[in-house]
Design a protein around this ligand. Structure first.
Ligand SMILES: NC(=O)c1ccc[n+]([C@@H]2O[C@H](COP(=O)([O-])OP(=O)(O)OC[C@H]3O[C@@H](n4cnc5c(N)ncnc54)[C@H](O)[C@@H]3O)[C@@H](O)[C@H]2O)c1
Length: 477
C-alpha cells in the first residue's frame, strides 16, 4: 500500500507492471513526475540541461518548494530507483518510456514557445537505439505531437522504432504530490495501441478513469480544461464588480453557486486575477490556436481582458484612497507567489501589483512564506524591504495589502496589526479576512466584490456601457 500525505491509500502497481522511465525536464512537472513514478516502484532517470538544478537535487536539496516532495525524492534516491543526470543519452538508456516535461512558455505572439520541445525531440531522435514510447507531458498546442513524431524520425541515425503519445498533466503547484496520484482522470492520446497499452499499465493502479483518445484530442483536453477554469475565475471576478455595485457579497454568491454540482465550488473565488505559469499562457495559446484556424474565440478574449482589468481595479482602490502619487507612503505587501503553497512567482499578479505601486512612488515592505528568494531575483532591492514575517512587514507601514491567498494571511490578527500600522487601511485582494471583525477594529477595509466601509469612503462610481447586442435589433440608441 502507498500512503498519500492526506491519508488516502492506493495499492502500488504489481511487480510485473514496473518499468524503466526517463523524464526529460525536472521542473515542477518533471521532478514531481519522476519522484512519483519511482515511488510506484519504477526505475526512473530524471534529465535536465540545467546543471545547477541537477547538482542541487543530487545534493539532497529541492530546487522548488512543493509540500511532501523532498521526502519522496530522497526515499527513492536511497532505494536506488531514482537518479538525476544532465545526459539525455544516459537518461534514455534502458528506458521503455520517455516523458517530455520541458517548459512551453508564452512567446511574444501569444502562442506557446515550443523551442525546448523541438530541441528535445531532435535529441531523442539522434540518440534512439531501440523501441521506446515518447510521451509529451508538457502542455502543447493541437498538432504538436505529430510534429514531434516527424522531428524524431528525421533525426534518427538508425532504424529504431518508436511511438508518440500525449499525456497532459493536470497537477496544481502546491498540491502536486497528491494531485499526481489522486488525479480526477488520466488522459492518454496516441495513434498506437502499443503506446496506449504501455501508459495504461503505468497508471492502471490509480483510482480514476483513464481517457484513451487520439493525439490531437488529448492535446486539446488540456487547453480546454485550463481555459475553462480561467473562465470560471474571470466570471466570478465580473460578478464581484456587480456585487460591489449592487451591495451583495461575492463570497456568499460564490458559495451559493458552488453548491450546485453542475457548477462546482472550485475556481470561484474573486480576487485580483489569475496568474502563474499555466493559466495566462495557456489561455493566450488557445486563443492563438483559434486565430490560426481563422476562428475568433470571443469568450477567451473576454476572459483575458477581465483578468487584466481585475488588477487595475484593485490598484484603483488604492489610488482613490491615497492619490495617484504614492511617494511618502510605505505599503506592507503580503504575498508574492502567484498563489498560496508555492514559491512560484511566474506571471504572479502580486509581483505586478508591487511593481506598479513602486512605480507610483510607494516604498514596499514585502513578505511571502516561500517565494521571497524568487521574488527578489525579479524585483531587486530598490525601494523594497523583504521581511521574515507578516507582522514585521506591517510594522511602520501605512497600509496592509493582501496579494496572495496564503492560509497564514487569513489568520491576520487585527488587534496585533492595529498598533503596528500607521494608517488603519487594509486592501484584501483575496477576500481572506472577516469584514465585520476588521471593520469593528476601526480599519478602513477594502475587499473584492463586497461593499465595505472602504468603498463607501471613496464612493466608487459605477461604470456602465450598453453593448449594441443588448439593444433591440442590435441597434444603438
Ligand atoms: N507547473 C505546473 O503547475 C504545470 C501543470 C501542468 C502542466 N504544466 C506544463 O508542464 C510543462 C513544464 O512545466 P514546469 O512548470 O514543470 O516547467 P519548469 O520551467 O519548472 O521546468 C522545465 C524544465 O525543463 C528543463 N529543460 C528545458 N530544456 C531542456 C532540454 N533541452 N533538456 C532537458 N531539460 C530541459 C528546464 O531546465 C527546466 O528545469 C509546461 O508545458 C507546463 O505548461 C505545468
Amino acid at each position: 500500500m502507498f500512503y498519500l500525505p492526506n491519508g488516502r491509500i492506493h495499492p502500488l502497481p504489481q511487480e510485473d507492471t514496473r518499468m524503466n522511465i526517463c523524464v526529460i525536464g525536472t521542473g515542477y512537472v518533471g521532478l514531481v513526475g519522476a519522484a512519483i513514478f519511482s515511488d510506484w516502484g519504477n526505475t526512473v532517470k530524471g534529465v535536465d540541461i540545467d546543471e545547477r538544478k541537477i547538482e542541487t537535487i543530487n545534493s539532497g536539496e529541492m530546487p522548488i518548494f512543493e509540500p511532501g516532495l523532498s521526502e519522496i525524492v530522497l526515499r527513492n534516491i536511497e532505494k536506488g530507483r531514482l537518479v538525476f543526470t544532465t545526459s539525455l543519452v544516459e537518461g534514455m538508456r534502458d528506458a521503455e518510456v520517455v516523458f517530455i516535461c520541458v517548459g512551453t512558455p508564452q512567446s511574444d505572439t501569444g502562442s506557446a514557445d515550443l523551442s525546448a520541445v523541438w530541441a528535445v525531440a531532435r535529441e531523442i531522435g539522434q540518440n534512439l537505439t531501440d523501441y521506446k514510447v515518447i510521451v509529451t507531458k508538457s502542455t502543447v498546442p493541437v498538432g504538436t505531437n505529430e510534429k514531434i513524431k516527424k522531428l524524431i524520425k528525421e533525426n534518427l541515425k538508425g532504424s529504431a522504432e518508436f511511438d508518440v503519445a500525449s499525456n497532459p498533466e493536470f497537477l496544481r503547484e502546491g498540491s502536486s504530490v497528491e494531485d499526481m496520484q489522486n488525479t480526477d482522470r488520466t488522459v492518454i492520446g496516441s495513434d498506437s495501441k502499443k503506446a496506449l497499452d504501455v501508459l495504461s499499465k503505468l497508471y492502471e493502479h490509480l483510482n480514476s478513469p483513464v481517457v484513451e483518445t487520439d493525439l490531437r484530442s488529448a492535446e486539446m483536453i488540456k487547453y480546454a480544461s485550463n481555459a475553462f477554469l480561467a473562465t470560471k475565475i474571470s466570471f466570478i471576478n465580473e460578478m464581484a464588480q456587480l456585487c460591489e455595485r449592487g451591495r451583495a457579497d461575492v463570497a456568499a454568491v460564490s458559495y451559493g453557486m458552488g453548491l450546485d454540482k453542475r457548477i462546482g465550488k472550485y475556481f470561484l473565488n474573486a480576487g485580483i486575477g489569475y496568474g502563474g505559469s499555466c493559466f495566462p499562457k495557456d489561455v493566450a495559446a488557445l486563443y492563438r490556436t483559434s486565430t490560426d484556424q481563422a476562428y475568433d474565440f470571443k469568450l477567451l478574449r473576454g476572459v483575458m481582458e477581465v483578468n487584466k482589468l481585475q488588477k487595475k481595479y484593485f490598484l484603483k482602490k488604492i489610488t482613490k484612497m491615497f492619490g495617484e502619487n504614492l511617494s511618502g507612503l510605505t505599503l506592507a505587501c503580503l504575498g508574492m507567489a502567484f498563489k498560496g503553497d508555492t514559491d512560484d512567482i511566474r506571471e504572479s499578479v502580486s509581483i505586478e501589483v508591487i511593481r506598479d505601486l513602486r512605480g507610483m512612488g510607494a516604498k514596499i515592505r514585502a513578505y511571502d512564506p516561500e517565494a521571497t528568494a524568487n521574488a527578489k531575483k525579479v524585483l531587486g532591492d530598490a525601494n523594497i524591504v523583504y521581511c521574515h514575517d507578516k507582522y514585521e512587514a506591517i510594522e511602520g507601514s501605512d497600509a496592509v495589502l493582501i496579494l496572495t491567498e496564503w492560509k497564514e494571511f487569513a489568520n491576520l490578527d487585527p488587534e496585533r496589526v492595529k498598533p503596528l500600522v500607521k494608517q488603519k487601511v487594509i486592501f484584501d485582494g483575496r477576500n481572506l479576512l472577516d469584514k465585520e471583525k476588521v471593520q469593528d477594529y476601526g480599519f478602513v477595509y477594502f475587499a473584492v466584490g463586497k461593499r465595505t466601509n472602504g468603498l463607501d469612503k471613496v464612493d466608487e462610481p459605477s461604470e456602465s456601457t450598453v453593448p449594441s447586442a443588448l439593444l433591440k435589433n442590435g441597434q444603438d440608441s
